[in-house]
Design a protein around this ligand. Structure first.
Ligand code: 13P
Length: 340
């Protein structure tokens, strides 16, 4: 393992108030989002859509790294160049989703385990040769009646730690993503309690597996009430609860925390990240950043709508959403001004 390179890449991913763009939707996820807008679910249109994203001029002003899906790294832009090269040439670090998605966990109704450890070492070595410098693995924790169970939390944390160790062995920075889902009517307090337990377990496993904390990025959920909960806390309350939970659980050696958006609107995700930076920036041991998928892409996807003629408009919106989150990292995002 080249420790220095890994640490430098991890630092670069959260430097200069930039953040990550998650554009690694799997086939089912991408199909679902296309279908909702009536966009045909074809490999060609997925390619076109992602070409629209990576050729957005100025994207590198706000985006340090982009997470790709395996299909995309095998595809080429219309001019024949590879997605990896286009990103690299624009100063955006290319990364790759390496988990194999989630399946039902045996004996644990309503809970999921992430697959993909088989052959992971070979795949990572191959990806490293292609120029991919960081990776992502997403574990999913569901809140419900009697869940999550300790069994589900431990199994997912163990897989995350084994993945992270394999990444670092291959010279790739692991993005460790334990996502506590927003679905349900649970309270913000319940999200706090579950996330705290999950993060403790994850860092325990990372320690046990010998993962270098300086050479990884944590990608957690924010502490939010369930989408169907009748009480929805204010932006500042979410910011305070999230920081309290992270201060209890994330070691200071970790260079950065890059939140997922998890189904929050673009505006709320930016406003909450902004509030955290307004209230706590410079008082925290790690950088507070973003690794948003929907919160950056969704408005642009709706404008693009599968049509070449909409590319320029969609790119303007994508650039703007990324820019809003760079502002949020600096505590300078203003939700009212953005609406005008
Ligand atoms: P969202 O921001 O849409 O949750 O996507 C982030 C991600 O990468 C999920 O794995």
């Amino acid at each position: 393992m080249n420790t220095k390179d890994i640490i430098d890449t991890a630092k670069a991913l959260v430097a200069d108030n930039k953040g990550l763009l998650a554009m690694d939707e799997s086939y089912p996820t991408s199909n679902k989002r296309f279908a909702k807008l009536g966009i045909p679910e074809t490999a060609e249109l997925r390619r076109d859509y992602r070409e629209m994203i990576v050729t957005t001029s100025g994207l590198n002003e706000s985006i340090s790294g982009a997470i790709l899906f395996d299909e995309t790294v095998q595809q080429h832009l219309k001019d024949g160049s590879s997605f990896i090269n286009v990103l690299t040439d624009n100063g955006i670090i290319p990364g790759i989703k390496v988990d194999g998605g989630t399946v039902a966990m045996a004996g644990h109704p309503g809970e999921k385990i992430t697959e993909g450890l088989d052959n992971l070492r070979d795949r990572l070595n191959e990806y490293a040769k292609m120029g991919l410098r960081f990776a992502k693995w997403r574990a999913v924790i569901t809140i419900g009646k009697g869940i999550p169970t300790q069994a589900c939390i431990e199994a997912n944390a163990h897989a995350l730690a084994r993945y992270a160790a394999l990444c670092q062995e291959a010279g790739i920075v692991p993005i460790v993503e334990p996502e506590v889902l927003m679905d349900g009517d649970h309270t913000m307090e319940r999200c706090f309690e579950v996330t705290e337990q999950v993060l403790h377990t994850v860092f325990n496993q990372l320690y046990t597996q010998g993962v270098l904390l300086e050479g990884m990025i944590l990608k957690p959920n924010m502490i939010v009430p369930g989408l169907a909960c009748s009480k929805q806390e204010s932006v500042d309350e979410v910011a305070d609860a999230t920081i309290k939970c992270l201060l209890r659980t994330v070691p200071a050696a970790v260079p950065g925390i890059a939140f997922l958006s998890g189904g929050q609107s673009s505006e709320l995700a930016s406003a909450r990240l902004n509030a955290m930076n307004v209230r706590f920036k410079n008082k925290l041991p790690w950088e507070l950043s973003f690794s948003f998928g929907r919160a950056i892409q969704q408005p642009a996807l709706e404008i693009w709508n599968g049509k070449e003629i909409n590319v320029k408009e969609a790119q303007k919106t994508l650039y703007h959403q990324a820019w809003c989150n760079r502002a949020a990292r600096q505590g300078e995002y203003n939700i009212e001004k953005e609406r005008k």
